[in-house]
Design a protein around this ligand. Structure first.
Ligand code: AP5
Length: 232
């Protein structure tokens, strides 16, 4: 039988590098990237009622209420492409109730990754971040500058990427992170003979070095899945 596709969650503080690593992971592993923040920004841009409400919270660096976020993420996870190719869930869950909403549907990750970056690096990463609206790529004025003048001229900045707002986002993150981690750390213990694992990755090194650590965890996981499906 075919091994089941990978199901990965990636979490970490604002600007810890989740989106950057997701670009590298999807390129190599072909998983469907589902980013809660991107789904919300798409609603904001569309000017929908949910988008208008979500923006009020995002402006303050607070969690958007569950009745908006949970349904959005669930719907995307249950689409045929996510089921077929596997998924990479970025920035969700951010609270125990969000984790529970997935558990209730029987949706568990194979691997929960936490990108660990000291707080003093995060503000600089946020303030220097720029986005290419054409390709969706993430740049940084110092660490990952655009390749051409043409790209440089069209780069945009996110509305919540100011020093003041990132401090609020960091506060929200530190209030919630332990709750979420405890769920997946406990699950790791309970499911130690299945695949669910929890891994802390050092996110303070250059992005390719961060990816080497993630790549090695994913390769191992895929091998385990292949071995399991071969033995069925
Ligand atoms: P979201 O969009 O998820 O923002 P975030 O968690 O604050 O994370 P970021 O997107 O800012 O950073 P990242 O970790 O992806 O870093 P990146 O790779 O871009 O959420 C936004 C808002 O939406 C939240 O505040 C909340 O209001 C709401 N929301 C989202 N999810 C929600 C949920 N589940 N429930 C409720 N509300 C929710 O990298 C950052 C910069 O650093 C870039 O410039 C990059 O080039 C650079 N960089 C990356 N890696 C490295 C490296 N290794 N070395 C040097 N520079 C690097």
């Amino acid at each position: 039988t075919q091994p089941e596709p990978l199901k990965i969650m990636i979490s970490g503080a604002p600007a810890s590098g989740k989106g950057t690593q997701c670009e590298l992971i999807t390129k190599k592993y072909g998983l469907v990237h589902i980013a809660a923040g991107d789904l919300l920004r798409a609603e904001v841009t569309a000017g929908s009622e949910n988008g208008k409400r979500a923006k009020e919270y995002m402006e303050k660096g607070q969690l958007v209420p569950n009745e908006i976020v949970v349904m959005m993420v669930k719907d995307r996870l249950l689409q045929p492409d996510s089921q077929q190719h596997g998924w990479l869930l970025d920035g969700y869950p951010r609270s125990s109730s969000q984790a529970k909403a997935l558990e209730d549907l029987g949706i568990h990750p194979d691997l929960f990754i936490l990108l660990d970056v000291p707080e003093e690096l995060l503000v600089e990463r946020v303030v220097g971040r720029r986005l290419d609206p054409v390709t969706g790529r993430i740049y940084h004025l110092t660490y990952f500058p655009p390749e051409t003048e043409e790209i440089a001229a069209r780069l945009t900045q996110r509305f919540d990427d100011t020093e003041e707002k990132v401090k609020l986002r960091l506060q929200t993150h530190s209030q919630n992170v332990e709750d979420v981690l405890s769920i997946y750390k406990d699950a790791t213990v309970k499911a130690c003979d299945t695949w669910l694992t929890f891994q802390i990755i050092n996110g303070s090194v250059p992005k390719d070095d961060v990816f080497v650590q993630i790549d090695s965890a994913l390769t191992k996981l895929l091998e385990q899945k292949k071995a399991a499906s071969a033995s069925v």
